[in-house]
Design a protein around this ligand. Sequence first.
Ligand code: C2G
Length: 133
Amino acid sequence: MKKVITYGTFDLLHIGHINILRRAKELGDYLIVAVSTDEFNEKKGKKACYSFEDRKKILEAIRYVDMVIPEENWEQKEEDVKKYQIDTFVMGDDWEGKFDHLKELCEVVYLPRTKDISSTQIKDNIKDGKSMG
Ligand code: C2G
């Protein structure tokens, strides 16, 4: 069984998130998503609208996702790859090159981001009374 893992905040779930989860799952048979805790988001300088618990439950409801674990720090990736016997690590290409050190342990794949959508843009559009797309 080919196992894939990806990491993120996944706030205000949108098509960009679904696209990367779908493509990550297509790279294997089992997809683990490590979702950033609220505390780790603070370290990332992010404030999610949805709580960690809600973002975890929302991800667990997605057909491509097989398991959701907490992402508590930057350093856990190596440990996770070993612990869950991961074959492929996936991130959007805004992270291109940032996790190449994991290549010693598994395949590292950066996938093109979905254009013109982000949780920040959604928040701004709501403020301005605009719709997406
Ligand atoms: N993403 C995407 N297209 C978008 C928006 C996001 O492909 N339009 C991808 C990102 O590249 C990332 C994933 O969706 O791979 C989750 O995005 P975020 O929730 O913004 O995650 P981020 O804050 O980048 O956290 O340790 C890694 C970090 O936790 C990543």
